[in-house]
Ligand binder design. Structure first.
Ligand code: SD4
Length: 330
């Protein structure tokens, strides 16, 4: 199916994507936009949450074009952001929990649905690689806390005890005034979730985060939970989430997006339906954000978020740009 027919199928949802102004502005853009919808047939295509998705996509693209697998691409792509210690929501540069500990969550899943995950781990630069190792070297899917850390050490990962003075100072300031209540606003969470399809149509996804800033020690969000922060099923599609993790866990968000695509919804429609479910289930969503990205097995893709402000990095053979996701609340 060509792009134009995809766009016609997308109908209103496709129009919403166009209305977000996500296409490069150039002469004749209006006309071109109609023939170049926010969809794509048979990859490669890479989608990543937020602006840090741009360098992550660039790395993932390099991996794919150098002949790496789509699983390598999603692992190495998000690892770039984990290594950026100026990033305050992913990796060891992230904001700590309310007790001052930076605790990390990550997961990865491939086309066949094989999955690996770590949660509540401290002192490792690349939780995403530990998650992949759990997938490939153990009979399990998920390791957490001290057990995950011990297993990582035993399996060739080294500890990194970096402390970032600026992060520590901000936490100390917060702790003085916050009375230890975790704050769930739209500024303090920005996980990276990446979903990708290679040229052969194989899917994979990854997700890694330091979680909600100043969360209760021991809290685990959606990001390492297969089905919540990430879900990949080669037959149906892939989805990932960002935002207040509890909202994605309660709706089995990423899994639900994939199942809706299996039933024939477009990626954008599927993401929107889950955002609508979140709203039906929660009376109080003030200051909270939730967003989903999806790629369907036919190569179409899209996203949706609860409120304005969620954007994602898109990489295809002919595009490398940030896309404003459509949303329900301005
Ligand atoms: C969490 N979902 O720990 C993560 C945070 C996040 O955009 O995605 N922020 O709940």
């Amino acid at each position: 199916m060509n792009d134009r027919r995809h766009f016609l199928k997308l109908g209103l949802a496709g129009s919403a994507a166009l209305a977000t102004g996500c296409f490069p502005k150039e002469e004749g853009a209006e006309e071109k936009a109609v023939d170049t919808p926010l969809s794509f047939t048979k990859g490669p295509v890479i989608l990543s949450t937020w602006i840090h998705g741009m360098p992550a996509n660039a790395k993932a693209w390099d991996v794919l074009t150098a002949g790496g697998s789509v699983l390598d691409a999603v692992e190495q792509g998000v690892a770039v952001v984990e290594s950026d210690f100026t990033n305050r929501s992913v990796g060891l540069g992230g904001r700590p929990d309310r007790d001052g500990h930076v605790t990390l969550d990550a997961c990865i899943q491939d086309h066949e649905g094989r999955a690996g995950s770590v949660a509540f781990v401290q002192h490792f630069e690349h939780p995403i690689s530990i998650a992949r190792a759990v997938m490939e070297r153990t009979p399990h899917v998920m390791l957490v806390g001290a057990g995950a850390e011990r297993w990582a050490l035993e399996n060739g990962f080294s500890r990194n005890d970096i402390t970032i003075p600026e992060v520590k100072a901000a936490w100390e300031e917060w702790a003085r005034t916050s009375n230890y209540k975790p704050v769930a606003n739209i500024e303090n969470h920005d996980t990276i979730g990446m979903i990708a399809m290679d040229a052969a149509g194989r899917l994979a996804g990854s997700c890694t985060t330091s979680g909600m800033a100043y969360k209760i020690h021991g809290r685990v969000g959606d990001s390492p939970i297969i089905g919540a922060g990430l879900f990949v099923d080669g037959e149906a599609g892939a989805a990932c989430a960002t935002g207040v993790g509890e909202l994605a866990i309660r709706t089995a968000g990423s899994h639900t997006v994939v199942e809706l695509m299996r039933q024939g919804r477009t990626p954008e429609e599927a993401c929107h339906e889950v955002v609508l479910r979140v709203q039906r289930k929660h009376k109080e969503l003030v200051d909270m954000q939730i967003g989903f990205l999806a790629i369907r097995a036919d190569g179409t893709f899209g996203g949706w978020s609860l409120r304005k402000g969620f954007n994602y990095a898109l990489r295809t053979t002919d595009r490398e740009l940030m896309v404003d996701a459509p949303f329900d609340i301005a």
